[in-house]
Ligand binder design. Sequence first.
Ligand code: MN
Length: 261
Amino acid sequence: MDRRDFFHGTALLSSGALLGCATPGVAQQQARTPFTVPATYIPIIGSDEVFPVRRIYCIGRNYAAHSREMGSDPTREPPFFFQKPTDAIQYVAAGTVADHPYPSLTKNYHYEAELVAALGKGGRNVPVEKALELVFGYTLGLDMTRRDLQRFMGDQKKPWEIGKSFDKSAPIGAIHKVAQTGHFTKGAIWLKVNGQTKQSADLNMMMWSVAEQIANLSQAFELFPGDIIYSGTPENVGPVMVGDVIEMHIDGLPGLSVRIV
Ligand code: MN
């Protein structure tokens, strides 16, 4: 079993973490199944436990300059969210350069560097002042996007899914517990391609803070432990080609790097 299989694997079945999920509608006891469906885990720094991913939420157009480059008026737009499937996660260990496959169907494959909040508690209608109490930790990730297909579907008023929610579209680093990092309300966020700076901004330029995102999301969905939230990307998104190396950084976290193959 290679490393990727482990993080999308059944290696932890015996831990009891997989079954007995508290989500309504999910079987509460162990059942015999004709095959196994992988679950997704992300390593937790400084712990022998791993973080089980329940859902991946992503906010759209959360930095004004990026909103403008996507053709929106940021002053009039409430936050909106989409989801990626849990198994879109591609875990990337710090200090490594993971191979990231150029996906099918696109000719305009874009990076988006983002802070990611990982929830250890759930709730609905969570007030902004209490929202950060739900956060277990933070990491950084790439919201990889088939931009041509996202635009094509948007222009036709059809769902974005094919542009955003495809296999391996969510490269992500290990989770850092909030006790070790504090909350991320400011600090540099940047992304380089082949050593050249493409995105460079500050987390304090988010239009909706992580706390506001949690509060807003919790009005639409009941949040649960294991939910993670990609908190949006700054301006200057752009394309990559096979052979390019993406390096991203957020102050206070180790970097994340992938090579497009
Ligand atoms: Mn994004």
